[in-house]
Ligand binder design. Sequence first.
Ligand code: NDP
Length: 243
Amino acid sequence: TLLNFSGLRALVTGQGKMGIGWDTMKALHASGARVVAVSHTSADLVSLSKEGPGVEPVSVDLGDWEAMEQALCDVGPVDVLVNNAAMALLQPFLETTKEAFDTGVRWGQGAPSLGLQIVARGMISHGVPGSSVNVSSMAAHVTLPNLAAYICEGGVCAPAETAPPAPRPQIRVNSVNPTVVLTAMGQEASSDPQFARKLKERHPLRQFAKAEDVVNSILFLLSDRSASTSGSGIFVDAGYLAS
Ligand code: NDP
């Protein structure tokens, strides 16, 4: 049987740009969840509001922690959380700016941790079990060019070792760690065709990941099918780490 999220309320961040977050929102909605869609660019709320009654768009700059706290508190209780929004600043290591390192730490550590903290408080006060997935990256475990500031995200988003421990036993925290997915962000990161070809060839499966494959792993980790999995993660990396 298919995964069923009927009766549950999900919060997904960063789905405005039709990337992994968008597909996750659609899949959760199709599986019966009501979805709070936290997006940055307010113009994207128009397409989100067309998704129908089960989707509740919220516009907030998640780089602004006060605004984020306010917005997520206003949202009220949710059962599952997907920390997906992020920025990847692409800069060669020797030229990586201090601002980029700050941004990397903010997105990699601060935003997902604060998001989880706020949501976990709500789960605890309502006495409901919950599940959270951080969309991390295989870059948590391997070095890739121009991603010095992004590695911060990977390292901290990989909850197996470093994400905040589950605040209560009934709140599970996991990650997915994809290789390149050809979203807006993925296309920018692999825009040099020669680099992209060589990188793809290094994957044992000779492919990048499809957003759908990432979404399937996210939904599995959010669902009761992974009831005994916490502080762990799934690589959606076409075998890259094993190469
Ligand atoms: P997209 O660029 O498609 O989407 C990123 C989303 O994050 C956008 O909706 C964007 O909204 C949102 N976002 C960025 N800044 C803010 C902000 N200040 N406040 C609120 N939202 C914000 O990215 P992907 O779908 O590719 O990436 C999703 C996740 O997957 C990220 O965590 C990324 O690190 C991870 N990942 C992606 C890979 C890839 O190759 N694509 C590979 C490995 C991991 P807006 O445009 O409105 O600012």
